[in-house]
Design a protein around this ligand. Structure first.
Ligand code: KG4
Ligand code: ZN
Length: 355
């Protein structure tokens, strides 16, 4: 069972990716094609994404199979992202996965993209296994989860508006920095003073208590507006160009402070000092450093390498393997959904055995 060979396919947004995974950790082949066309527009253009997936999916899957030294006939299972994401983009991967599974007589399983991000870190870090507190921070999602076991996900908090990555992308646009925003803000912030232009920390109030609506919830849209006002003021004063590094550092610090505080609340309340990061924003050096500092020596922080933190098919193969082992392989009626519900996700407060 442990040498099950899974072909994973991911096309939910602007990465076309395929992976061949043997068992839980052995990544034999992995190709990620990032569509750079979107840089021209400062964000992902859905129609262009679908077309680019169509053009590249054949070569990307062939590349992963070749790298692994296997053919479709050797594969035991096809795992493909079924949602959430851009519907046109999702359909390209899903149709390809179903056709390949049908042609080769293999089972196909639909994977929830965010469950993929949750599994990504465990591909490289054997310690990133439940129970843990998870912070999933990508361009489309911001979720704080308590994960007592794989498949059992307690949603503690989420963003009320913009996702953390989206906030970085929009902030970069306002500051005239490149897309994707997280890395370009990180670069600009390296020479900036985060205290020079203090920005608000939304829904972050030290007096909040467990059980209160805002205890774990996050919001980044007001912060973006505060940034816009600050940039406008600096522009009218003619000092913006010199201040960009400081403003970028302030913005990054505000987002990181909120994410860190909310995560540490979950650590305190669950009594679990193991934290797993997932999603593109997990690449943030500032976020990792801040969490590491707050977790201290007896805490464990697991973050994926850059390649596994952004969208990739290895994580889809791993999550697909988990679902398949639970007997959840679908048929050819498997469909893509832009708003696919997260399997196993509950808003029920967890029953905690503290300690
Ligand atoms: O997970 P991902 O590749 O795509 C989605 O599923 O959305 O995440 C992409 C997001 C982008 O918003 C990007 O700005 C952000 O991850 N990101 C970062 C960093 N690297 C990527 N955000 C903050 N700091 C970074 N170093
Ligand atoms: Zn993602």
């Amino acid at each position: 069972m442990s040498d099950t060979l899974v072909l994973g396919i991911e096309t939910s947004c602007d990465e076309t990716s395929a992976a061949v995974l043997r068992g839980e950790h052995d990544l034999l082949g992995h190709v990620i094609f990032t569509q750079d066309i979107h840089q021209l527009y400062g964000g992902v253009v859905p129609e262009l994404a679908s077309r680019a997936h169509l053009r590249t999916v054949d070569d990307v899957v062939d590349g992963a199979l070749r790298e692994a030294g296997v053919t479709l006939d050797d594969v035991d299972l096809v795992a493909v992202t079924a949602g959430p994401g851009l519907i046109g983009a999702l359909l390209v991967g899903l149709a390809w996965g179903k056709a390949a599974a049908w042609a080769a007589g293999k089972p196909v399983v639909g994977v929830h993209h965010m469950e993929g991000h949750l599994f990504a870190t465990s591909l490289e870090h054997p310690g990133a296994e439940p129970p843990f507190v998870a912070l999933l921070v990508s361009g489309g999602h911001t979720m704080l989860l308590w994960v007592p076991a794989w498949g059992e996900y307690h949603l503690l908090g989420a963003t009320r508006d913009d996702a953390a990555g989206e906030a970085f992308d929009k902030a970069a646009k306002i500051l005239g920095l490149g897309y994707p925003g997280g890395p370009s803000i990180q670069r600009a912030a390296a020479e900036g003073d985060p205290k020079r232009h203090p920005l608000p920390r939304p829904l972050f109030n030290r007096g909040q208590k467990p059980g209160e609506a805002d205890f774990y919830e996050m919001s980044f849209s007001g912060l973006k507006n505060a940034l816009r006002l600050l940039v406008r003021r600096l522009e009218s004063e003619g000092t913006l160009a010199d201040e960009v590094p400081h403003v970028a550092a302030s913005f990054q610090a505000a987002v990181v402070d909120v994410l860190t505080e909310k995560t540490m609340r979950a650590v305190r309340e669950t009594g679990c000092r193991r934290v797993v990061l997932g999603g593109g924003v997990a690449n943030s050096r500032a976020l990792r450093e801040s969490l590491r500092r707050r977790l201290g020596r007896d805490g464990e922080l697991y973050a994926p390498s850059p390649r596994l933190s952004t969208d990739n098919a290895a994580m889809i193969a791993r999550a697909g393997l988990f679902r398949w082992r639970r007997g959840e392989a679908g048929g050819l009626d498997l469909n893509a959904r832009a708003d696919l519900p997260f399997p196993g996700l509950t808003r029920e407060p967890p029953a905690l055995a503290r300690g």
